[in-house]
Design a protein around this ligand. Sequence first.
Ligand code: UN1
Length: 514
Amino acid sequence: TDLVAPLGLDRWQQADCWPGAVVDGIAHYPSTPPGPLRSPIDGCRHGELLPASVVEVRAAVGCASVAFEAWRNVPAPRRGELVRRIGDAVRARKRALAQLITLETGKIASEAEGEVQEWIDVCDYATGLSRQLHGLTIVSERAQHRLLEQWHPLGVIGVISAFNFPVAVWAWNAMLALVCGNAVVWKPSEKTPLTALAATALVLDVLHDFDDAPAGMVQLAQGDATVGALLAADTHVALVSATGSVGMGRTVARSVAARLGRSLLELGGNNAAIVTPSADLELAARAIVFAAAGTCGQRCTSLRRLFVHEDVAEKLQEKLVTAYQHLSVGDPRLPATLVGPLIDEAALNHMQAALMRAEHEGGHVLIGGGQVRAGGNVPGGGHYVRPALLAMPEQTDIVHQETFAPLLYLMRYTRLDDAIALNNAVSQGLSSAIFTTDLREAGAFIGPAGSDCGLANVNVGTSGAEIGGAFGGEKNTGGGRESGSDAWKNYMRRATNTLNDGNALPLAQGVRFG
Ligand code: UN1
C-alpha cells in the first residue's frame, strides 16, 4: 500500500482489485472471478487480479492497431523523444518500482534495482537508435537504377513476459518497438501483475503529456496462458515476442506460425560454465556463486551446470562450499540478504524432485538443498531454500533439464573438447561461460566449434548480460534475439525499393520482352 501513490497506481485501485486490461488508458474490470495475489516473501495477500476477458484482449489489439496507424507516421527521432521521457520517468520512480518487483518476485533490492536499471538503459539505447534505423543503398545492375532498402514500422507487437524479470524483458521489447513505430500489447506473467500495471501506468502518464502520441499505443492484457494464446492467434498481432518455458514457446510458436505471423522466442536456458586449470579460481568462484544462487536461481541465464578440470576441481569445490555456507537466505527486503524466496510452492516441489532424481542418478549433495524454516530473517509463509551444489558422476538425465531453482550440478572433465561437447549436449542454448587465462582455450570456446549458445562469455558468469548486446539463444531457447545490437530489426519490416531515374526500361537479368 505504501507504493500505490508513488507509482501512480491509485487511479487503478478499485476495491483492492487490479484491472485485467488497460485498454486505451482505461482500466477494465471484467466479471471473470478474481485470483488472489500473494507475495512470495511471506504469502501475504496484497490484492486480487481480474484476468482480461476475450473481448478485452480483442479490444486491446484493436485499439493498438488504430494507434499504430498514426504512430508509424511520426518521425522516428520524435518517437525516440517519447522513449527518452519514459526513461526520465523511470529514473524518478526507480526505487518504488524496484520495491514492487521485490514484493512480487522476491528478488533482493539490488537485483530489483538492477532490473529497473535495464529499463532505463534500454530507454537510452532506444532513444539513440531512433536516429539510426538505417537501411542500405545497393548498386543496380541496370543503368540509371538504384536499390534502396528501408525499414518501416511493423504493426502491433504482442509481448508475453515471465515472472522473473517482470519489467526488463517487456521494456527491451516495448521500448524498441515504440521507437520502431509500433504499438504494444503486453501479457505479463499472472504472478507479477502489479509491476506490469505500475510500468503501464508510468508509460501512460508520459503518453498523456506527449502531443504526437496516439492513445492506445501501449496496452495491458493481464491473465494466464489463455490470454497469451489469444494474442498468439490474433492475426492483427504482427509479432509475438514470448519469454518463458520451452513448452509455452512451442505452443505460442505453433499458433503464430499457423497464421504465418512472426514470433521472437526467448525460452529456457540450461547454462553451463567450464573452469580450466589456468582459471583465476577466486574470480571464477565469485562469478559462479552469483550466477547459480543469485535471484534464487530463477533467471533464464542462471548457471545450472559446471564442468571443472580434474586438476582444480577439489580446490574450486572447497571455495564454492565455503561461499555457499555464507550465503544469507531470507527476506529480500533486508539489506544483508543475498538469496530471497522461490516464487511459489510449485517451484519448491520442482527443486525437491530434481534433488531426489539427481541423487537417484548417482549425484550427491555437497551443500544446501534444504528448506529454510521461518525465524530470524526468514519470514513465515514463503518458500526459502538453501542453494544447492551437487557433485554428479556425469551429465545424467536430470542435468539435461532446466529446473528453475538454485541447483548447480558439478562435473569433472579431463579434455577441454569433451567439456565443450558436454556444454553443447543439452537441448537448450542460451548462455555459457569459460573461466581461463589461456588465450587458446578462450578462443576455442568462443569460436565456431565452441559453445553453441547465443551468449558465450570469458571470465564472466552466465547471467547478468548488458542490454547493448543481442540477448537470446539457439536450439530450444528459440533462436530469438532481443535488446541490443540489431535486435531492433525484429520490430520492423524491410522494404526493398528499385528506383529508375532514366528514360529507358531495361529488365533485370537481361530479359527481353517485346
Ligand atoms: C531472463 O532471465 O529472462 O542476463 C532475463 C540476465 C538479465 C536478463 C535475464 N540481464 O541475467
